[in-house]
Design a protein around this ligand. Structure first.
Ligand SMILES: Nc1nc2c(ncn2[C@@H]2O[C@H](COP(=O)(O)OP(=O)(O)O)[C@@H](O)[C@H]2O)c(=O)[nH]1
Ligand SMILES: [Mg+2]
Length: 371
């Protein structure tokens, strides 16, 4: 065996130096097991609910390699007719509020009721915070091993726009694989809640008992985006404080425009760790769909989300094309210098750069002169 391996290595070494005909076709071909599955193979595997194929499909969708991107879009196009049938639930709240613990309990309860649950995260910082993902895995111990649950952390090393896009696409894949509840958790703070709101039907905000929203790092606008506010950890010594917080939130919500037309955002108590109040939250979500689906409000929301996403993608791509255009790069330094020397106005400088790539110059302003 050793001798043979050695000879093979020698042979390869000479082959690299002096290209010769390959001795057998077998050596030049990728073995079938290592060949990446085609979009059609992946689509069939996903539709059959095959978890390995689902994981591979997600990896394909997360890839930024242009060749993978084309295959991913082909896969998604094939699966589109089989998507859209899940309850899309977003869960947000500041770090430590108990999201992961809540999702473990909530997800397990749903699985016991016969649901198939996918849990995705939006976390643009996940490259830096592998620790928190490991922490989540230990907090979702039971859910992690359930054959009817699928947990997938955020793609790492991406900016928010990229993470949001891949999470949206992963959600579609999970729906095609037969998951009827998709929970998306926002792990980051700040802009992530807005990205999350733009991809789910129902938005649940978890708050801690006591302490104003500002103390919890919750921005004012976030409460206005919620379809339900739950004061979590309402257990033990926290109960009384939690009830006071609930009343405060309920009073404040009364004066806010509801996040979803025809739906009054409520404030409730829960404790993700021991499960109190968790079934009631699912009942609220069911009531939400029961009321709004027949009115077409869910479908309308999803359509608006698709259009907003389309616009985002176009704007992102236009920016990328503009800044990477050699005609812009060629004029950049001169325009910048002219602006800083007070020879041109900001508006004209912007126009000059924009006109460098435009086939039709802007009609209303004096044409920028290219000397
Ligand atoms: N008292 C109490 N503590 C909880 C509850 N849920 C979570 N915790 C604790 O709060 C901490 C943060 O929980 P975790 O689920 O990781 O929060 P996340 O950062 O929002 O995902 C952990 O130490 C949990 O044990 C709860 O319902 N009651
Ligand atoms: Mg967590």
């Amino acid at each position: 065996m050793h001798g043979l391996a050695h000879r093979t290595a020698d042979f390869r070494a000479t082959r690299v130096k002096r290209p010769v005909r390959l001795p057998s076709r077998r050596m030049s071909q990728t073995p079938p097991s290592a060949r990446p599955p085609s979009p059609a193979d992946l689509a069939a595997g996903v539709l059959a609910g095959n978890r390995t194929m689902l994981a591979r499909a997600i990896t394909l969708v997360e890839s930024r390699h242009p060749r993978h991107e084309a295959a991913a879009q082909e896969l998604l196009t094939q699966l589109l007719p089989r998507t859209g049938k899940s309850r899309r639930v977003g869960i947000t709240g500041s770090p430590g509020v108990g999201k992961s613990t809540f999702i473990e309990t909530f997800g397990c309860q749903l699985v016991e009721q016969g649901h198939r649950v996918a849990v995705l995260t939006i976390d643009p910082s996940s490259a830096r915070s592998h620790g928190s993902i490991l922490g989540d895995k230990t907090r979702m111990e039971k859910l992690c091993v359930s054959p009817n649950a699928f947990i997938r952390p955020s793609p790492s090393g991406e900016h928010l726009g990229g993470v949001a896009r891949r999470t949206r696409e992963t959600m579609l894949l999970c729906e095609a694989a037969g998951f009827d509840v998709v929970i998306v958790e926002s792990v980051g703070v700040g802009q992530t809640e807005i990205a999350l709101r733009s991809m789910v039907d129902f938005f649940l905000l978890l708050l801690l008992p006591g302490g104003g929203d500002e103390l919890q790092g919750i921005k004012k606008g976030i409460v206005e985006m919620a379809d339900l506010v739950a004061i979590n950890k309402a257990d033990g010594d926290n109960r009384l404080r939690a009830e006071l917080s609930r009343q405060e939130q309920a009073a404040a919500l009364h004066y806010l425009q509801p996040a979803t037309p025809e739906w009054q955002t409520d404030a409730v108590l829960c404790a993700g760790r021991d499960g109190q109040g968790v079934p009631e939250i699912w009942r609220q979500i069911e009531a939400f769909y029961a009321k709004l689906e027949p009115l077409g409000i869910i479908a309308q929301r999803r359509q608006q989300q698709s259009l907003a996403w389309l616009q985002d993608l176009i704007e992102e791509e236009l920016k990328r094309r503009f800044y990477s255009d050699p005609r812009v790069a060629g004029q950049w330094d001169a325009t910048r210098r002219a602006l800083l020397a007070g020879e041109t106005t900001v508006v004209l400088a912007a126009r000059q750069l924009l006109d460098a790539t435009a086939s039709v110059p802007h009609p209303d302003l004096p044409a920028a002169t290219n000397n």
